[in-house]
Design a protein around this ligand. Sequence first.
Ligand SMILES: *[C@@H]1O[C@H](CO)[C@@H](O)[C@H](O)[C@H]1NC(C)=O
Length: 263
Amino acid sequence: MKSVAIVPTLAVAAFAAPAKDIEKRATPHVYLAGDSTMALGGGGTSTQGWGVYLPYSLKDVTVVNDAVAGRSARSYTDEGRFTTLVNTVASGDWVIIEFGHNDGGSLSPTDNGRSDCVGSGSETCTTAAGVVVQTYVTYLTNAAKALLAKGAKVIISSPTPDNTCESGTCSYTPSRFTAYCKDVVENAGNGASFVDHGQYVANEFNALGATVVNSYYPKDHTHTSPIGANVVAAAFMKGLMCNNDPLATYSKNTTASIAGSCI
Ligand SMILES: *[C@@H]1O[C@H](CO)[C@@H](O)[C@H](O)[C@H]1NC(C)=O
């Protein structure tokens, strides 16, 4: 009797395993969620987002750049863009999330629809118009958890710095969003990872020096030229590979072949 009871269980398990595999895509998708520093078209004329160059460094995946200029963790959420991603991802896909450039600022006297409530936890703020606003950490934790529940893996990436060499001397101090990113990864748990993109970019900019780095900023101190965006994409890959992130297995390049040192 005992063995009879076990047989159906094994049979169910044997059918369950392939059924789960079928839900995966033959070629995993890597979705990018972020702002103009990542988006196609960057911050306008003569600039480009780094997400445009990421596909050149990855093999056997399809990169889908869903970054949109001007967005923050809050507005990307409020516009339903994370919900769309959650409804789109398949098990085995990846989502790289990088926000921060539009998340600062104050909710008063005028709310721009993008600023988050300041804090690293579940704090809320209420605007003059009565809109309840969550923290960066809450918006991204909610998104990450929903994506993980669909079987996707989530990479939370710290924002790119503004031109670190603007003064003629290169220096970088991470913004509060870098610490928030680590909080999000901790909250989201298994399947979420962190890439300190901001620090990797800053380190590479230090190595290149002010003359080269300033030439990457044709318009303002936030948006890079296409050549600059390619350097910013390479810095992301370096961080990914130095961390031995699971997505690094799809890299076309070795860790050593990408400029910079691991931190
Ligand atoms: C990786 O190699 C490809 C060529 O196979 C190249 O286009 C890409 O820029 C490289 N990426 C990095 C980060 O060096």
